[in-house]
Design a protein around this ligand. Structure first.
Ligand SMILES: *[C@@H]1O[C@H](CO)[C@@H](O)[C@H](O)[C@H]1NC(C)=O
Ligand SMILES: *[C@@H]1O[C@H](CO)[C@@H](O)[C@H](O)[C@H]1NC(C)=O
Length: 518
């Protein structure tokens, strides 16, 4: 504990990192294509405009279920028809807890249902919003490759309040003229108009409500060898800062909704959300969060998109005995995670703290980053890093594609926005997936690129969950199938673990990197 608390406070590693990486990526992009930075295509879609991309990247611990090959495609423009539902109780910055069910018609009209709750397991509905509108798809996004820019036009928003407590809370937030004669007289379970095209948006703003999330859209189709098709709808991210959220134009995504007809089975939440209405909000079954157990190696499930234009995959290893962690961030220039730009290996210590007071089942964690190593994965990134001033980012003139550099001698890297050492206040949560395998949720990064380097900046929502690699390889039943031999992996891991232990004993608390070569 003490160890992780000690040391200087300095600027945000991860978030500066995102910003730096974003700049870097753009510089690379611009250098590579000769186009202007913010030049966005102005032409709308034509029928001939159809990009279809196939995913290359798969998690490195694919041996989890080797029999289950997946191919992912995403069409531009996306096909939205149908109903899309939440797969779990969703957490938005604030925190806010909600479930969503969005229906799109081929006429481009949509009806969106949002159910808000007072608790983090979505058991106590507070109020529901029903949103009617029309969506105009505009163009492929040049800011977030793989996404489509769209423009939602709202025609009506209705609200139904479900409990006296929620009515009271809304009364303190909403101008009194918003609902009914006065909010105090509102009948629970009855629908009231909160907005229509004739009225202003004051009531929606007061709720922190907007449909800006529909400004950026991506539909992914997962073609599974044995489980058929799964469709996911990614909508724009919600700004982590409350005051920004109704104006913010998304550049990343929220956790996806799944198509009601093509979702992962079993999904009891999907069925409940699908059958809900604004009068009958879904009450999700209680599923106690498993205790947070970080030990082992956790990886991204898919290629992830971050706000401010980053495509990346994450690979974390935690060693609770040494309070040590290592995170490998592999950055890419494309939404399929097939064109690597650079790899970042960060490591340091962590201290698991108190249960979160804001989100039941979540845990506060403090991170200390002491070492970062960077590898340029392609020529233009190497060149760019190579041209930094001496003393600012590793060994100037020493950058080469595929050669790792330690950033400690320069206390970080200015151009990547990395400063060492560095401390962050985090929020973690664990959940079980549909196969009862553990998922790890790590706090969402502040959208403005700042760092959660103070208590009050600790995240209140989460990034995409990561899956545990080590868990399943202990189960020999998953040995079968093609290609990857999990026995080899297992023995490699245990050798690495022993080496780690040995090295830890020799060098104190250094977490060995060998784990990542298996
Ligand atoms: C885009 O092209 C792919 C194959 O090239 C096709 O399967 C798909 O239906 C097309 N999408 C649209 C929206 O036309
Ligand atoms: C980096 O700079 C050194 C010295 O100026 C040069 O020899 C090397 O070729 C450069 N590498 C790259 C990838 O540009």
């Amino acid at each position: 504990m003490k160890r992780a608390e000690a040391g200087n406070m300095s600027n945000g590693l991860f978030s500066h990192l995102s910003r730096g990486a974003w700049l870097l990526w753009h510089v690379v992009l611009v250098a590579g294509t000769g186009t202007k930075l913010w030049e966005v295509p102005t032409a709308s879609f034509t029928s001939s405009f159809n990009l279809s991309e196939g995913h290359q990247w798969v998690p490195q611990c694919q041996y989890r279920h080797p029999q289950d090959g997946v191919r992912i495609t995403a069409d531009i423009p996306p096909r939205l028809d149908g109903t899309w539902v939440s797969t779990r109780c969703e957490v938005r910055p604030g925190p806010e807890f909600l479930t969503r069910s969005y229906t799109f018609h081929s006429s481009r009209h949509f009806q969106a249902l949002q159910h808000y709750y007072t608790d983090s397991s979505c058991e106590e509905p507070a109020y529901s919003l029903k949103i009617w509108g029309k969506l105009r798809l505009r163009q492929a996004s040049w800011i977030t490759r793989g996404g489509t820019e769209a423009e939602p036009h709202l025609s009506k928003v209705g609200v139904v309040i479900h409990s006296p407590a929620a009515r009271q809370r809304l009364a303190s937030r909403l101008p009194s003229a918003c609902v009914g004669p006065t909010l105090g007289q509102v009948v629970l379970g009855k629908s009231y108009e909160l907005y229509n095209t004739r009225a202003g948006r004051g009531c929606l703003m007061a709720l922190g409500f907007s449909m800006m999330e529909m400004g950026l859209i991506r539909v992914e189709m997962q073609h599974h060898n044995h489980r058929g098709k799964i469709q996911e709808l990614f909508l724009g991210d919600i700004h982590t800062e409350w005051t920004q959220r109704t104006q913010y134009r998304p550049t990343g995504y929220q956790q996806p909704l799944q198509n009601a007809m093509h979702h992962i089975h079993p999904c009891p939440v999907c069925a409940l959300v699908y059958r809900s209405s604004e009068q009958r909000p879904p009450v999700l079954p209680r599923s106690p969060a498993p205790p947070l157990s970080l030990a082992g190696r956790w990886v991204s499930q898919h290629c992830e998109t971050r706000p401010t234009v980053l495509f990346l995959t994450r690979d974390f290893t935690f060693d609770p005995e040494q309070h040590a962690w290592e995170g490998i961030y592999q950055h890419y220039s494309d939404p399929s995670c097939s064109e690597p730009t650079f790899t970042l290996r960060a490591s340091g210590h962590y201290a698991q703290g108190n249960p979160s007071a804001k989100i039941l089942g979540a845990t506060e964690v403090v991170f200390k980053v002491t070492q970062v190593r960077v590898t340029a994965m392609e020529e233009s990134t190497a060149k760019m890093l190579n041209e930094t001033r001496p003393g600012k980012c590793g060994q100037a003139g020493g950058w080469e594609v595929g050669v790792e550099q330690d950033l400690r001698p320069t206390d970080g890297c200015t151009v990547l926005g990395i400063k060492l050492p560095h401390k962050e206040f985090e929020l973690f949560k664990s959940e079980l997936d549909h196969r009862k395998q553990p998922l790890l949720f790590i706090g969402q990064r502040p959208t403005d690129g700042s760092s959660p380097d103070r208590q009050h900046r600790r995240p209140t929502s989460f990034q995409a969950p990561m899956v545990l690699c080590d868990g399943e390889e202990r189960q020999p039943s998953h040995d079968s199938g093609s290609g990857f031999n999990s026995k080899q992996v297992q023995s490699a891991v245990s050798v690495a673990e022993r080496l780690t232990l040995l090295l830890s004993l020799m060098f104190g608390c250094v977490l060995c990197n060998l784990l990542h070569f298996c």
